[in-house]
Ligand binder design. Structure first.
Ligand SMILES: [Zn+2]
Length: 351
């Protein structure tokens, strides 16, 4: 039996506890070791569904075919799972602290390596959030590849965030699971799970994968993503026989600084006029905003492309668009000819 499940009780510091399930496959201590988690933002359900499908697939792999080890945490956030207000799930921020579940992760003061691992082993947590983070970092420690599955809350391409320098390994992943794009960040750019995991491993790839929109939960698509991850495990040699991906990857690989979010100048209902992946010309009509109260006699605002660009995502027509939230995220294919408006009250916490 290669499947081993560990159920962790995490105290919330108030007399009760949360439960986190970690499942391991393959040879204990085998290499490569691949860690995959999902559901850190608990409203993003494609990732947990994909890992549950993958868990079933891995259960059926004969013991003799295992070379390395896989660690799966399909539901990495028991606190977020239980949060709701009047029936509406709240899975992005912890209600108690106001923290985004994927930011504010503690980072070791002395940098990565042995010191970081010693720091982790010395650490204790007071709250359920701290305890969950400690448990996840303990599970990821020493992994060779780390994948954190998320998705966008609006229609979007499939893409991954990685650290600069890991492009080659990321390309292999992108080909196996059919990503449209890889976006790079400089090392030590933030305090997300990905940044904390980097301190705990010498992984050749740490990626935050954004599996399209939260609405893309069709079983055929989920199964296809799980099969893609199984293929990726075979390209790494975690499972025999090894398999190469068929085609050379043709997607976009660039710095995330190259992408451009277009903030909504007014709030309202968003009407897309062009689709995801479309290449548009400067001044093309790409969306409209229906205003709840007309402005200067007009009841809608037109959104035009500021330059030739590819559309990576657009606002969800099924949800109210707030002022400053992006109507689109685009990848410019030529520089904008006019300066883009700047607003001091637009934040970047929408990815
Ligand atoms: Zn997320």
């Amino acid at each position: 039996m290669t499947r081993r499940t560990e159920t962790l009780a995490i105290s919330n510091g108030l007399g009760s506890h949360h439960t986190l399930e970690v499942t391991r496959f393959g040879i204990p201590g085998g290499r490569p070791r691949v860690y995959m988690q999902a559901g850190l933002h608990t409203e993003e359900l494609p990732g947990p569904l994909v890992l549950c499908h993958l868990r079933q697939m891995l259960t059926e792999i004969p013991a003799a075919d295992w070379r390395g080890e896989v660690i799966l945490v399909p539901f990495a956030n028991p606190i977020g799972l239980a949060q709701a207000i009047s029936g509406n799930p709240i899975g992005r921020m912890e209600l108690a602290s106001g923290l985004n579940f994927n930011s504010g992760w503690p980072l070791p003061p002395d940098g990565p390596g042995e010191e970081a691992r010693a720091w982790l082993h010395r650490s204790t947590a007071l709250t359920g959030l701290g305890g969950t983070r400690l448990a996840l970092l303990s599970a990821v420690e020493g992994s060779d590849v780390v994948l954190d599955l998320h998705c966008c809350m609006e229609p979007a391409i499939a893409f991954a965030f990685i650290t600069e320098g890991q492009e080659q390994e990321a390309t292999r992943l992108a080909a196996a699971i059919g990503l449209d794009a890889i976006f790079t960040f400089p090392p030590h750019a933030g305090d997300s799970f990905m940044d904390a995991a980097r301190e705990m491993t010498r992984a050749s790839l740490i990626a935050t994968i954004e599996l399209r929109s939260h609405q893309n939960v069709a079983e055929s698509l989920i199964r296809q993503d799980a099969l893609g991850l199984e293929t990726y495990l075979r390209t790494l040699g975690v499972i025999a026989p090894e398999r190469d991906t068929d085609a050379e990857w043709q997607g976009i690989c660039t710095s995330y600084e190259d992408a451009l979010a277009l903030p909504a100048p007014l709030g309202g209902l968003f009407l897309p006029r062009r689709g995801i992946r479309d290449v548009v010309e400067r001044d093309d009509l790409i969306g409209e905003i229906l205003l709840p109260v007309s402005v200067n006699g007009k009841d809608r605002v037109a959104i035009h492309a500021p330059c030739e660009a590819r559309i990576l995502s657009h606002a969800d027509p099924a949800r109210i668009l707030h002022p400053g939230a992006p109507t689109h995220v685009i990848l410019p294919l030529a520089p904008p000819t006019a300066p883009l408006p700047r607003y001091f009250d637009v934040t970047g916490d929408w990815a």
